[in-house]
Every structure is written in structure tokens, then in C-alpha cells.
Design a protein around this ligand. Structure first.
Ligand code: WT7
Length: 658
């Protein structure tokens, strides 16, 4: 076993030997295949980013690449640019005019294709609708839509007229919607009657009515409703004077709206992250730097080419949907596949049926989805021809090495590079990632900072931890797509991200270790780190050791109070379909972890569970598992995707204890 000798910020115990160098044929054709890019970007990051910014259309060139008055950065200062013009108008001058921008498939199987010209036309018309409703530059607009092309149309129309949008995920409740509308003081709310999910209609307009009920959102002047699910409009109650059908408003809208010249630092959007507790934080992104970095990373990390069919499975309600469904890929002129519904509707092979049907070449999804696919078994992907795939991506949580291997083998057919991309709503764009033509990958590692990004692993005092050690992940210099502040609360911005190390660097809240090759391995949120007999053990490493067992699909571990050790490890484990959840198997798993990481990491308790409590974006909520294991009343469960999962777990845990 690894035997940690002195107290470190976070132990580094898991050892992974597998390495996958890029295929020389991939490297030859890759968008980035000159290894000198890292050194050049490091010696002059501003020049590196300026080169990327120059690939966009600017209305007025910038005077200064970057100003840094900690903790506030500005990028491309003095420049003027419009995001919709770069995602649309710029392509109309080229052969991309008639290329599919969005290929859409609804959950019921309906399809639509919008070329760049089509999307440009729709965005212009909808920008005209917003103008007619009195939306001016700087006014906020809340968007609460399913995954349909109108979500992209609405976002791009906002950027065309310079109105910052706040997209609220369609799975959030009326209460969450109200809180976000009121914090952003939005003038207009854009929604649909509903959206399709697992064969049902999610009643979005009804949730809007509940959110606005009794004048609860006084800033809202108009609600625009897209008709997605009903043939009979009269089924949707509309409040006269406030609510308007999208298609009716189009009738009187101007056909052309000139893109508003936006200062590079003008707000582009607000996106609320709930975190685990407390009032949601309104992450503010601005215009020129954000677009520069999402465009650069899309081209470099996904190796995006004109002939690709690119599918990022994230909802537009999350930052991944903003940066890698809409802004990055459209700025790069991609063909983007957009799918409305669930991965298991009508059957567990829906994703693979979509890959086959549309010839998807690039797939970007989340570890939570990959672990669900592992649990469901290989027969679902095996039914489909997926030889079109050439690159796979992962984002959202640490990916356990075994999930990485499964993705690589069973989805990628062993031939596709896997890019594990670390970033956050706050960072706006990918920060730590392999460049697929240059960087050998290791299952479970996000590898290296993107060129121009300076990441580090530091100890409690902020000193760099030498290779092999674990600690806190920090970013040492500003980057173009960084959040600029929290909407309306700069003091909280300073406190949350900059106070931990006295303003010296940005603290992401994640633990990480760096190996001898300088590769970064993400260890999970530092709030989740367990303190077992004086050792700081990362949840990620114990979970990965559990998932390393061939019968385990997913695991979540937490530290519960223990009178001798300080904390003992409790593991919640989901087994693959067809595996028995017996006490003998629990004993075998404890032994497995002990062998893999050392006796210190041996779980004291193992509870089998068909589901784990997750946020609506698929992240495991370990805070609630701690409540369960310590016999406390459950804390705030409002951000859970399915609150029943945690209450039934609590009952089972307590009956097992008793
Ligand atoms: C947090 C940010 C990034 C867009 C989606 C999530 C975790 C994200 C990885 C990764 C390990 C990851 C971190 C981060 N995370 N990607 N590749 N490896 N952890 O955005 O909701 O703002 O969450 O997700 O903990 O801080 P978010």
C-alpha cells in the first residue's frame, strides 16, 4: 500500500499505470499537432489568446489584451464584438451558409434541421420580437425552455441585441425559477408550454405561472411561450397582456436586426449555480474573452472539423450547454446534434441509436451517464454501428479509471481518444484537458492545463505541492472566459473564490494531485475529503477503487464520525445489473479497496443502493449521505433530482444499523 508518512492536504493513493498515446494518424490530421504550442502559450499567454481572438470578427479591435486588478480581469479591452454575428453572420459568407448548424431530434422522434442560414433567419426574427417587447441592451431575459432549437435561438437573439440572458434549467421548480428571475430582475421570461421527458410532458408554462403567481416577480413584463407539445393552443392558459405565443409575435417582428456592437467586457449572460447550500450564485460572464476561449477550446480539445457531427449531451440549462452546445461549436461552424429527452427512452439504447442514425463523430457527455450505461450493460451499445465516432469527451465529475476504460472500449471501440475536461461554470470554458493529437491520456486524469492556463496544486499555506502529492487546485493567472463577478454581489465573489489564499490565486474548491509527468488528477470537492486516522482521503480515490471491481457500476463514499479514527468510511454502492448485493459481496468489496489503496481506506460500512442521490446535473450529493450515515435529519434536499432516493436510503441505512 501507499504509506503516507506526514500529514498532507490530501493524500494521493491511487496508482494508474495505463497510458494511451495519440494515434499518429490522428495526430497528423489534428487541429493542434505542434507540441510547441504549450511552451509558446506559457511564455506569452496574452499573445496566445490574442491569436485566437483574431480569428473572430471584431467590430472594433481591442486596445489592450488583458488588464488584471485582482480579483478582476478584463480581456480585449476597448474591443467591440457581437456573439451572434460570430456564431451566424460570419459563416454566411462561406460555404457553411447551407450547412446544418443544428440537427434536432425530439424525444418522441420528431426531427428538424436548421442550416446556418435558417438559424440566422430565426435569430434575427426572434431578436425583432424581443425588441418589439421593449427589451433593450443591458436588460435581462430569463429563458426556461426544453432542449429544443428555440433555446439556442432565444440565447443567440439575446446576444444579438445585447440583452444578458439567464437560462434556468427546465428541470428546476417554480421556486428556483422565481428566485433566479428576481435576482436577475429579468424583464422577459421565455418558455414553452412543455417539453418531452421519458414519455411525459414537463409542464413548463405551468411552472412559470406558479413562479409569477400573485405578482411574485414584479420585474417580468412579458412571457413568451413556444408551442412545443400541444396541437390545441387553448389548452395552455395565457394571461392577457402578459403572455404571448412565440409564433404570433413573429408575425409582427422585423425580419432583420443588426447585431448590437458590444464592448468586450459587456455582460453576455448570468448563469446560476446552486452549489450544495445557500442562495444560488449568479455567475457573470462577459463577451469577448468568453467567446475567444470557448471557440479556441472547441477547436483544439474536440478537434472539431467542418465534416464532424458533434454531440454534447448537456442541457442548455448548464454551462456545458452554453459553452459547448451553443457558443463554442456555433462560433466554430459545427454541425451540432441536439436531443431533447432521456437516454433510456423509449429504451436504453437511445443514445446509441442517435449516434448511428446521425453518424455522430464527436460525443461529449458526463461520468454520471457513463456509469449508468455501464450499469445497464454492453448489449445496448453493441446493437448499433458506432464506427462514425472518432473522439469522446467527459465532463462534470471526476471520471473513475474503470468508467474511462469502459467508455473507451465499449463506446469508442478502442480507437477514439478520450478527453476528460476539467472546468466549472465559473471558468466558462475548458481549463484542464488533453489535446487529443498531442497528449497521451491516462484513464482518470484530465492531464494538462490547456495552453495559456496556469494551474497548480498547493498545500494549506498555498505552497506548490511537489509531483506525487495532493492538495488544492488553484489557477494562478486570469483567463479570458473567467467569471467576472457574482451578479450583484462582488463581496461574495471575493470571499468564495479569492479569500482562501489571500487573493493570491483563484481557488476552485476541488482537490487534485499531480503525478511525476505533471498530469493533474482531480480528487473531488475539498468539502467532501475524509479525515481517517489523520489522513485526508479523497472520496474520488476510494470510489474509483470500488468501481474498479468488475461488478460495481457506481459508488459514493463519505466520512462518518468515528470515536477512534475521527472518521470512518461509509460506502454507498450500485452494482451492475445481474450482480447480487449480498453481505459476502460487501466483505469482498472492503477487501478489494483495502488491497487497492491500503487498509486505511477500507470502508467500515457498505450499503447497496440501486440509485444514489444526485443533483439535477448528475453530481452525487455526498452531504446528504453524511446526514444519513450520522443519523441526522436530512439537510436541504431541494436541489436533488429525485428526493425519494435519499429518504429510502435513510430508512434502509437505519434499519441495517439497528
Ligand atoms: C465542478 C464544476 C464544467 C461544466 C459542468 C460542471 C467538477 C467538472 C470535472 C472533471 C473532475 C470535474 C469539479 C468542478 N468537475 N469537470 N473533468 N474532472 N471534476 O460545472 O456544475 O460548475 O461544476 O464539477 O468539482 O469544480 P459545475
Amino acid at each position: 500500500m501507499a504509506s503516507p508518512t506526514e500529514s498532507t492536504a490530501i493524500e494521493a493513493l491511487l496508482h494508474e499505470e495505463r497510458v494511451f498515446p495519440p494515434d499518429p494518424a490522428f495526430t497528423r490530421n489534428a487541429n493542434v499537432n505542434d507540441p510547441g504550442v504549450y511552451e509558446r502559450a506559457q511564455s506569452d499567454p496574452e499573445a496566445f489568446w490574442a491569436d485566437w481572438a483574431r480569428q473572430l470578427d471584431w467590430i472594433k479591435p481591442w486596445d489592450t489584451v488583458c488588464t488584471w486588478d485582482p480579483p478582476h480581469a478584463q480581456w480585449f479591452v476597448g474591443g467591440q464584438i457581437n456573439v451572434s454575428a460570430n456564431c451566424l453572420d460570419r459563416h454566411l459568407k462561406t460555404a457553411r451558409r447551407n450547412k446544418a448548424a443544428i440537427i434536432f431530434e425530439g424525444e418522441p422522434g420528431d426531427t428538424r434541421v436548421l442550416t446556418y442560414h435558417d438559424l440566422w433567419r430565426e435569430v434575427n426574427r426572434f431578436a425583432g420580437v424581443l425588441k418589439n417587447l421593449g427589451v433593450n441592451k443591458g436588460d435581462r431575459v430569463t429563458i426556461y425552455l426544453p432542449m429544443i432549437p428555440e433555446a439556442a435561438v432565444a440565447m443567440l437573439a439575446c446576444t444579438r441585441i445585447g440583452a444578458p440572458h439567464s437560462v434556468v434549467f427546465g428541470g428546476f421548480s417554480a421556486d428556483s425559477l422565481r428566485e433566479r428571475i428576481n435576482d436577475s430582475q429579468s424583464k422577459v421570461l421565455i418558455t414553452s408550454d412543455g417539453g418531452f421527458r421519458r414519455g411525459n410532458v414537463v409542464p413548463l408554462k405551468a411552472a412559470c405561472d406558479a413562479a409569477l403567481d400573485g405578482g411574485a416577480c414584479p420585474s417580468i413584463e412579458s412571457v413568451i411561450v413556444f408551442n412545443r407539445t400541444t396541437t390545441d393552443e387553448s389548452q395552455t392558459p395565457m394571461q392577457a397582456g402578459r403572455d404571448h405565443w412565440w409564433h404570433r409575435l413573429l408575425e409582427d417582428a422585423p425580419r432583420l436586426v443588426e447585431p448590437e456592437p458590444m464592448d468586450s467586457e459587456d455582460p453576455l449572460y448570468i448563469l446560476y449555480t446552486s452549489g450544495s447550500t445557500g442562495k444560488p450564485k449568479g455567475i457573470l460572464h462577459t463577451t469577448g474573452g468568453y467567446l475567444t476561449q470557448v471557440h479556441a477550446t472547441t477547436k483544439c480539445v474536440f478537434d472539431l472539423k467542418d465534416e464532424d457531427v458533434y454531440w454534447c449531451t448537456a442541457d442548455v440549462g448548464w454551462v456545458t450547454g452554453h459553452s459547448y452546445v451553443v457558443y463554442g461549436p456555433l462560433a466554430a461552424g459545427a454541425t451540432v446534434l441536439m436531443y431533447e429527452g432521456a437516454p433510456d427512452f423509449p429504451a436504453r439504447d437511445r443514445f446509441w441509436a442517435l449516434v448511428e442514425k446521425y453518424g455522430v463523430t464527436i460525443l461529449y457527455t458526463a461520468p454520471t451517464a457513463i456509469r449508468a450505461f455501464m450499469k445497464w450493460g454492453t448489449e445496448h451499445p453493441d446493437k448499433h454501428d458506432m464506427t462514425s465516432l472518432r473522439l469522446l469527451g467527459s465532463v462534470g465529475e471526476p471520471i473513475n479509471p474503470e468508467a474511462w476504460m469502459w467508455y473507451h472500449e465499449h463506446i469508442g471501440g478502442g480507437r477514439c481518444p478520450v478527453v476528460d475536461t476539467w472546468w466549472q461554470t465559473e471558468t466558462g470554458a475548458i481549463m484542464i484537458t488533453p489535446l487529443p493529437g498531442l497528449v497521451a491520456t491516462k484513464p482518470g486524469s484530465a492531464t494538462r492545463p490547456f495552453p495559456g492556463i496556469e494551474a497548480d496544486v498547493v498545500d494549506e499555506q498555498g505552497n506548490s505541492v511537489p509531483p506525487g502529492g495532493g492538495g488544492f487546485l488553484v489557477l494562478r493567472r486570469p483567463w479570458p472566459s473567467m467569471l467576472r463577478t457574482l451578479w450583484g454581489d462582488d463581496a461574495r465573489y471575493r470571499q468564495v473564490y479569492w479569500s482562501r489564499f489571500d487573493g493570491r490565486f483563484y481557488f476552485a474548491g476541488d482537490g487534485a494531485k499531480r503525478d511525476e509527468d505533471g498530469y493533474f488528477w482531480l480528487l473531488g470537492r475539498v468539502d467532501d475529503v475524509m479525515l481517517v486516522a489523520g489522513h485526508n482521503i479523497s472520496t474520488m480515490e476510494v470510489e474509483s477503487a470500488l468501481v474498479d471491481h468488475p461488478s460495481v457500476a457506481e459508488a459514493a463514499v463519505i466520512g462518518r464520525t468515528h470515536e477512534i479514527k475521527g472518521q470512518a468510511i461509509a460506502a454507498f454502492v450500485t452494482v451492475k445489473d445481474g450482480t447480487g448485493a449480498t453481505p459476502e459481496f460487501a466483505a469482498e468489496l472492503k477487501e478489494h479497496v483495502s488491497k487497492k489503496l491500503g487498509a486505511i481506506c477500507r470502508p467500515d460500512d457498505i450499503l447497496f443502493s440501486a440509485e444514489l442521490p444526485k443533483t439535477r446535473s448528475g453530481k452525487i450529493m455526498r452531504r446528504l449521505l453524511r446526514d444519513i450515515a450520522e443519523g441526522r435529519a436530512l439537510g436541504d434536499t431541494t436541489t436533488l433530482a429525485d428526493p425519494n432516493v435519499v429518504s429510502s436510503l435513510k430508512d434502509r441505512y437505519e434499519s441495517q444499523e439497528g
